[in-house]
Design a protein around this ligand. Structure first.
Ligand SMILES: Nc1ncnc2c1ncn2[C@@H]1O[C@H](COP(=O)(O)OP(=O)(O)OP(=O)(O)O)[C@@H](O)[C@H]1O
Length: 297
């Protein structure tokens, strides 16, 4: 759906993006990851046509991005942009009209969303009288009210308590089910694990990793297994550093060139293998590993 090719962008003397390529397929939740200052917001602003790239192209649905496409995009910026003195209802009407909805359609959509997110009773309140989380819900509605086909969410969960974060998470999943493509930029790796189908990681202006969550995790498998053996018939080698827990001895072992089956057969000679599970790295571990590795290059 979105094809980004060889994007470069510099601010004065600072290079914010270098030769960035990205392909976001239709209907996925795509995690845009990277440490502070990596260049994510710059890329998002280019997609939203807030700033212009120095070189490279952005295509939406196979065509060069044009100003008209902006209505197909819903953007929740990290720095929220609501008018503090305006009332919730008026504000949402204003944003909906700006995104091309008719007055009657805007009213129908806003009413439905206010009810769905259980904030209908706040419609006459000014934004400045809302808590941070409440204002966040209003901004979320402003982002999605015109049913964009591409949704770009920058830290959508910040400011939400766990219950409201869960509500927003479910709304994002529901939008995906309905065919919306979502780019999610966040530092919360647990949300990435839960929500994203694909990810790309940017560090120091360059893309350093991309793929499906499954592919990325596969490529970082340390080939180490978590093992538990109950009732050992033989002494377990001390170098395995076995620890007794819950009626079994637990330890981790690298494959060291063996296949998992070979390792398992060897272990079975020691006793009853009650756990044999490959250690799969979390996205958080992969993130830290990759950022450190590419910073050392
Ligand atoms: N308007 C600007 N003028 C000069 N430098 C800028 C400007 N905007 C961003 N930068 C610099 O470009 C780099 C990339 O910034 P960007 O905001 O894209 O990072 P980010 O990945 O979104 O970071 P974060 O996770 O902290 O939001 C940073 O070093 C930043 O200081």
């Amino acid at each position: 759906m979105l094809q980004i090719t060889q994007i470069n962008k510099s601010y004065e003397n600072h290079r914010a993006l270098t030769d960035v390529d990205l392909e976001v397929p239709k209907g996925v939740i795509f995690g845009l990851l990277g440490p502070n200052g990596a260049g994510k917001t710059t890329l998002i602003r280019i997609i939203n046509q807030i700033i212009e790239q120095d070189s490279g192209s952005v295509e939406l649905d196979g065509k060069m991005l044009s100003p008209d496409d902006i209505r197909k995009i819903g953007y929740l910026p990290e720095e929220r942009g609501l008018y503090k003195k305006m009332k919730v209802w008026d504000q949402l009407i204003y944003f909906s009209r700006l995104k091309g909805l008719s007055d009657s359609e805007a009213k129908i959509q806003i009413k439905a969303w206010l009810e769905k997110l259980e904030i209908a009773s706040w419609r006459e309140k000014k934004i400045e009288d809302l808590s941070k989380g409440m204002a966040q819900k209003v901004q979320f509605i402003a982002t999605i009210v015109h049913k964009p086909s591409l949704l770009i969410l920058d830290e959508p969960f910040s400011g939400f308590d766990p219950v409201n974060a869960e509500i927003i998470k479910n709304e994002i999943l529901e939008l995906k089910e309905k065919g919306t493509t979502v780019i999610l930029s966040t530092h919360r790796m647990e949300s990435v694990e839960l929500l994203c189908d694909q990810v790309a990681m940017i560090n120091k202006s360059r893309k350093i990793l991309d793929g499906t969550i499954r592919e990325v995790k596969r490529s970082f498998r340390p080939e180490v297994f978590q093992v538990a053996i109950a009732n050992p018939a033989l002494d377990l080698p001390q170098e395995w550093i076995p620890k007794f827990s819950d009626e079994a001895w637990e330890f981790t072992l690298p494959l060291s060139g063996k296949t998992p089956n070979q390792l398992l057969s060897e272990l079975m000679e020691y006793g009853e293998v009650v756990m044999f599970r490959e250690q799969i790295p979390s996205m958080e571990e992969i993130f830290i590993h990759q950022v450190k590795a590419s910073s050392n290059e």
